[in-house]
Write a protein that binds this ligand. Sequence first.
Ligand SMILES: Cc1cc2nc3c(=O)[nH]c(=O)nc-3n(C[C@H](O)[C@H](O)[C@H](O)COP(=O)(O)O)c2cc1C
Length: 293
Amino acid sequence: MPSHGHSLILAPLRGVTIRCFRETFADLLDELGFTEAMTPFISAMPGLDPLDDRELRGAAGSPRLKVTPQFIGKDPDALRNCLVRVRDAGFDTADLNCGCPFPMVRRKGRGSGILRTPDVLRRMVEVGCEVMGPGMFSVKARIGIDRPDELLGLLPMLNCFPLRHITVHARTAVQMYDGVCDRAAFEAVRRESAVPVIENGDLPLPDPGLEMASPAMIGRAFVRAIGGRADSCELLGRYIAASRQELHGDRPVLGRMKELVAYWRDIPFWRRRWDVVKMCRTVDELLSVISRA
Ligand SMILES: Cc1cc2nc3c(=O)[nH]c(=O)nc-3n(C[C@H](O)[C@H](O)[C@H](O)COP(=O)(O)O)c2cc1C
């Protein structure tokens, strides 16, 4: 594994960088220098046990990468219950989602919506740092909802807590995943934050030969890189096999594969094949597309 000197974290992409994905592509993640993965968000709601979630079921085991469970919610007591469960199951770090941009989530004050309710955010962070311990709880946030300085305005409050780090996806929530990242807004947060700030958003994979300048979180560039490899069909075949073990029936397996291959549609090798893949109705049809390649 190349030593980058700084941590490289696999971004949570709900439906994509899920546990089965991380396990299937563990060698590749290792080769590229990833040291950690954050799970796609798990709801911290009263009555839900996070260890029932497929992400964490069977608990820590011995994943090849360090895994940090991420939670979304606005109920401090529910968060506390979740964190106690994951901590007792062997996870030593956890994260709070302050970035999900979907209007349905945001308007309910969860995800990026929590940036508009500083008291709730403060109580969530307080619970997180208390249960996980100093330096073991983190937040992942957008720079704001519709302004690029909203997270910045919350730093005087966040700086009072012994957070592990703050990951900043340098877009506003209303931008969703489009438009350019606002590097100046990111730098402003980095300057004002009392804890390390991890950059995220449209970053390319680090050059294996070079030292990484600072810690980073990368999602889509890794997902696309799989499709750009000469052995992408074989890798997809492995992911199909692992998903068949985990899921029941063709439909969920096909859904999962189509979601992945959609990230590859701009790669010349996959451009035409994507049109065929998206029409596949059975896993056998999909297997025959990749075996013909
Ligand atoms: C399909 C999809 C699902 C995502 N799910 C999550 C999630 O569960 N939690 C989270 O904090 N961010 C989530 N994100 C945001 C990513 O973690 C990341 O911040 C964003 O994709 C920018 O990084 P990238 O350009 O390296 O992918 C998601 C993004 C996408 C495209």
